[in-house]
Design a protein around this ligand. Structure first.
Ligand code: ADP
Ligand code: MG
Length: 240
């Protein structure tokens, strides 16, 4: 009988029940069944979250608590709103602007982790360079549509480090396609060290740049990471 239970549980994909059904104590049939279902569901949820965390490819180097001191959120939004992904429900984008080493990647990672764990959202983290490389590769292999379909499934796309390297024409155009695909459908967090006025240097072409900026900043919030002023202060104090 035990063998059959194992076999049927496997066919029905009840993996928690298959392994643990004999350990559950209950006073009656209903309680027993209820406990089995509850545990099976809990395990499935856990597995789902782990899969989502894995496929999000978030950096996992951050440990210490996040310091909000130098971060300017702007009006009408709180730290909790950000961490809870309120902007995702509204399909808004976030632009994280600031110098190097001020927590842009860190905060985008925290938000990603939080909305996966709390709401089971689909998140994907890319550096712009790696996304563009993957787009070029997919394009070469004729797999671009498949790639776009993956992006269409997301709730939140994180594009880290826009502006660190200029893009080639085809790369810039493919990135634009991704941003267009997400426009008013998904939320994007972009981290950047360049002001919009300088995005021309990334995309190369003023018309394309304008189109990218339009799509990104329509329905978006600018979050300022004031570390740049720290760097400025350092460079000034070094000079005198
Ligand atoms: N606001 C912050 N709170 C806590 N640690 C921070 C903060 N900003 C930066 N750090 C630390 O500095 C490092 C660089 O942060 P990161 O988010 O990678 O910066 P960037 O703005 O360049 O993306 C991180 O490893 C983190 O430990
Ligand atoms: Mg960074």
């Amino acid at each position: 009988m035990n063998d059959l239970i194992q076999q049927y549980a496997k066919r029905l994909k009840l993996s928690w029940i298959r392994e643990h059904y004999h350990e559950v104590n209950a006073r009656n049939y209903e309680e027993y069944l209820l406990k089995l279902f509850e545990q099976e569901i809990a395990q499935r949820e856990k597995r789902k979250i782990n899969l989502l965390l894995k496929s999000a490819t978030l950096p996992n180097k951050y440990g210490k608590t996040f310091d909000w001191k130098d971060i300017e959120l702007g009006q009408g939004i709180t730290q909790t709103d950000l961490l809870d992904g309120k902007f995702i429900e509204r399909k808004e984008n976030l632009i994280f602007y600031g110098g190097v080493g001020v927590g842009k990647t860190y905060l985008s990672t925290l938000i990603g982790l939080n909305v996966i764990r709390k709401y089971g959202m689909r998140v994907k983290f890319y550096t712009v360079a790696s996304l563009v490389n993957q787009l070029l590769e997919a394009n070469e292999k004729g797999l671009l549509n498949k790639f776009f379909k993956q992006i269409e499934k997301l709730d939140l796309l994180i594009l880290d480090e826009l502006g660190y390297i200029p893009l080639h024409k085809q790369g810039a155009e493919l990135l634009f396609q991704v941003i267009s695909l997400c426009y008013e459908q998904k939320s994007i967090i972009v981290t950047t060290n360049l002001q919009f006025g300088q995005w021309n240097h990334i995309f190369g072409d003023p018309i394309l740049t304008q189109a990218v900026v339009d799509r990104l900043i329509h329905h978006s919030r600018l979050i300022l990471f004031k570390g740049e002023s720290h760097r400025l202060r350092e460079s000034v104090s070094n000079r005198y």
